[in-house]
Design a protein around this ligand. Sequence first.
Ligand code: TXA
Ligand code: MG
Length: 345
Amino acid sequence: METKKFTADQIDQAADLIQQGELIAFPTETVYGLGANALDETAVKQVYAVKGRPSDNPLIVHVSDFEMVKQYVNDFPEHTKSLVEAFWPGPLTLIFNVLPTTFSTSVTGGLNTVAFRMPNNQKTLELIKKAGVPLVGPSANTSGKPSPTTAQHVYHDLQGEIAGILDDGPTQIGVESTVLDLTAKDGIPVILRPGAVTKEQLEHVVGKVMIDQHLISENEAPKAPGMKYKHYAPDVPVWIIDGDQEVFKQAIEWAKSKQQRIGLFADDQITSTFSADVAAVFSFGEESVEQGTKLLFAGLRSLDEQDIDVIFAQAFPESGLGIAYMNRLKKAANQKILKIDSIFE
Ligand code: TXA
Ligand code: MG
């Protein structure tokens, strides 16, 4: 099948294809999603097939407004209204108990709950409105690869497999939405996946918020089933470098002594200092966690395509957006971190 690129004035055509059960990748503020009619089980199954995604991993249902969610949920937890008002449209996914027999088990993974999100992208909101149905939308990458933050990334992974891509340029945030479970019996919301809406921002609106144990301990069973799979990983090994220029220097010398060709993902200052010592660099610009997060997946993808043996990627402190950045980077690195103490031990 030919994968067609749709522009803003062709949203009607893309919406028609969704209604016909075809798959269309769509832009959001976080990453590109792989869209299909959430009420069409055959189309949803095709999403899993195209991504190569384990089918016990439930999908997020994307809506164009909160009214759409009311068709599937009749009992909203107390914080729903304030969360929707504060963060929708935006990078916050909310999990509710759904009415039975609304979505197929392909969407729910067999759970009684469904994750809903209203993305902050005008073209995609228009696509959902025109299609007239909610869309499932896992990240539009081959399962296990870094999530796509440009239409080119989607094309690279899925060309020939899907009907089209709605192109809206690079995404702004760069990592997937915060997933918040509102179904706990004690009523306290639980973060299942960290994202750009931080715990502090949520607590400002609803009071106490918990972080699911799997974010802290690797040994607990994850509640967001997607968290258990190795994600976001390039083909070459990734090491996180947690420290100042001296730590980068030691790490680079160590890799060079082993004849390893290094790809460096870091800010302008670090990449310019070491550009002569490594095989490839990808700078995310100024030293800011927003910039690092925005370009993390693009950087990993770009370095992975070059002739290198290892990627060294810059750490950020684990607070605010840094929690989401480090969560994705640790998965890509399979938890491998070089710190000053581990080098000088
Ligand atoms: O930013 C995003 O959320 C992107 C864009 C495209 O919207 N979408 C995305 O979807 O990341 P996906 O399917 O790759 O991630 C869904 C996550 C998985 O970790 C999944 O296990 C979890 O949400 N999830 C979905 N439904 C759930 C449910 N009912 N209970 C617990 N976790 C759920
Ligand atoms: Mg994904």
